[in-house]
Design a protein around this ligand. Structure first.
Ligand code: NOJ
Length: 554
């Protein structure tokens, strides 16, 4: 069979609508040169692995030059590769290797902020207040007699203040600049034309190199109301506090969509058009605005992360997500894990209502959690997602059933949240620990050097080599599920099937039936050919906390 062309004539413009996209967090994937940081050559070496997993695309988290003040989301240069991760030639080789294997690539674009080492920010620091260089960011005079107080009390996501004071070239204290994240991540001023133009340049730069899509970081925060008197921002990151009328001074303002209309024009210069997915943590009613045909096209849907393990809750979240996506002609996205959240194999092993920050602070001991139940539910939930209409975003390592490393020693923590918040939050490093490839190799085959985050001894049990070819392993379950999904994929609709209070059950229009049993009581499966199950099915009985796929018998 001739593989479908990925670009040019005959390429499918809608490939993204039901794609399985695998997130590669490059510094923790595979290290090819022994410096302890994963790199592009490492990813190239694992293209056969990605291919045998059966993913349609990868999403590559930032690989740009960076001081890693925020895991690479502090970008020094948007059109370069971090020399520790490789070169532009390596990047081109990666695209070639992926495309050769029929796998597309999304890259991460970080438009809300640069790093403080970016040449524009350095130029701004060297320039005078009111200069064009400073206008690319948000510089303001401080309050107080000597400007010693920040311009306002806006908080940063990583705590505490969103403002940092600069030092003038002559050593005297200077203006303040805005950073919604770490001080090393100054926010761009998106009312500045040069900022606009530079990002269009960046989108073309990567698109010309064959990139198929973009994941847009903090897509909702670009436009800001910086007029005085400043509007109050009592909390940050708590979506339920956001207004849904575009009136928040920092998030989801109506004019942010203008930015993406201009980006869409760039995407449409290519054949097939480049695609994008917005990371927009906004109230769900507003999420659709990022996912229209004339903006970014698709948006992350994190609603399942907060969905309790109850059939009615899953059904409600799924129905609502599908309706929202359909209202703009987009397709829904589904995700259970990424580099910012506690891995779902651990979350699902914790009692409902567990305070996850406190759990991490207790090194994963309070409460202890049930690892077996967590993995079992994680496998079930993943199979549910993979049967839904829409696209699924997987996070590296979940195919191995990796749990969170909740007990990382505090001296190893890199996440700025830990420092900025004075130890009140441990941050996200526990899901960013490098992957175990070989159970008996030094650093489990991730690196010949010292991994940039310590890998616990128990990672050996999850190593890819121990799962390869082993029936029932999580890796083989993912492989089978992705292969089967590809074969059964069909129109973007579902019909709910009523099978009792504990069942999340639906069919697709070709008779593909998915049943997740969220209860602990085994459930007798209806008539049909069993195609795949997350746990062993005996005599037509689906055990608790598991999922089965069936097909109507002809
Ligand atoms: C969202 C990214 O996923 C996260 O890792 C990062 O810290 C913030 N945006 C800031 O760029």
């Amino acid at each position: 069979m001739t593989p479908e062309p990925l670009t040019g004539e005959g390429a499918d413009e809608n490939w993204w609508r039901q794609a399985v996209v695998y997130q590669v967090y490059p510094r923790s994937f595979v290290d090819s040169d022994g410096d302890g940081l994963g790199d592009l050559r490492g990813i190239i070496a694992r293209v056969p692995y990605l291919s045998s997993l059966g993913v349609d695309a990868i999403w590559l988290s930032p690989f740009y030059p960076s001081a890693l003040a925020d895991g690479g989301y502090d970008v020094d240069h948007y059109r370069e590769v971090d020399p520790r991760l490789g070169t532009l030639d390596d990047f081109d080789d990666l695209v070639r290797a992926l495309h050769g294997a029929g796998i597309r690539i999304f890259v991460d674009i970080v438009p809300n902020h640069s790093s403080n080492r970016h040449e524009w920010f350095q130029a701004a620091l060297a320039a005078a207040p009111g200069s064009p260089e400073r206008d690319r960011y948000h510089f303001r005079d401080g309050r107080g007699e000597h400007g010693e107080l920040p311009p306002n009390d806006w908080p940063s996501h990583f705590g505490p203040s969103a403002w940092t004071r600069t030092t003038n070239p002559d050593g005297t204290p200077g203006q303040w600049y805005l950073h919604l994240f770490a001080p090393e991540q100054p926010d761009f001023n998106w009312d500045n034309q040069e900022v606009h133009d530079d990002f269009l340049h960046t989108l073309r730069f990567w698109s010309d190199r064959g990139v198929d899509g973009f994941r847009v970081d903090v897509a909702h925060a670009l436009k800001k109301d910086m007029s005085e008197p400043y509007s109050p921002v009592p909390s940050i990151g708590i979506m339920s506090d956001y207004p849904i009328d575009g009136s928040h001074p920092l998030f989801d303002r109506d004019d942010v969509y203008e930015v993406y209309r201009a980006w869409r024009a760039v995407f449409d210069e290519y054949d097939p058009p480049r695609v994008a997915v917005a990371e927009a943590t906004v109230p769900v009613e507003r999420r659709v605005n990022y996912a229209t045909r004339d903006t970014l096209g698709q948006a992350f849907n994190f609603d399942l992360l907060g969905t309790p393990w109850r059939a009615s809750a899953f059904r409600a979240t799924i129905s609502h997500s599908l309706e929202l996506a359909q209202s703009t002609g987009s397709s829904s996205t589904w995700t259970l894990s990424n580099h910012d959240i506690i891995r779902h194999a651990s979350r699902y092993g914790l009692p409902e209502g567990t305070d996850l920050e406190r759990w991490l602070l207790s090194n994963g001991t309070e409460p202890q959690g049930d690892a077996a139940l967590g993995l079992r539910r994680a496998r079930a939930a993943t199979m549910l997602l993979l049967a839904l209409p829409g696209s699924v975003y997987l996070y590296q390592g979940e195919e191995l059933g990796l749990p969170e490393v909740a007990d990382l020693p505090t001296e190893a923590i890199q996440d700025p949240i830990w420092i900025r918040d004075g130890g009140a939050r441990k941050g996200r490093d526990g899901c960013r620990v490098p992957l175990p490839w070989h159970h008996d190799a030094p650093s489990f085959g991730f690196t010949t050097g010292t991994p940039h985050l310590p890998m616990p001894a128990w990672f050996a049990d999850y190593a890819a080599d121990l799962q390869h070819g082993v029936e029932g392993s999580t890796l083989e379950l993912y492989r089978s599920a992705l292969r089967t999904r590809r074969r059964l994929q069909t129109a973007e609709t579902l019909t709910w099937v009523e099978l009792g209070d504990d069942a999340v059950a639906f069919t697709r229009d070709n008779g593909w039936l998915c049943i997740m049993n969220v209860g602990s009581t085994p459930m007798t499966l209806p008539e049909g050919e069993l195609v795949l199950a997350s746990e062993a099915v005996t005599d037509g009985v689906l055990p608790g906390d598991s999922t089965a796929w069936l097909r109507a018998r002809p």
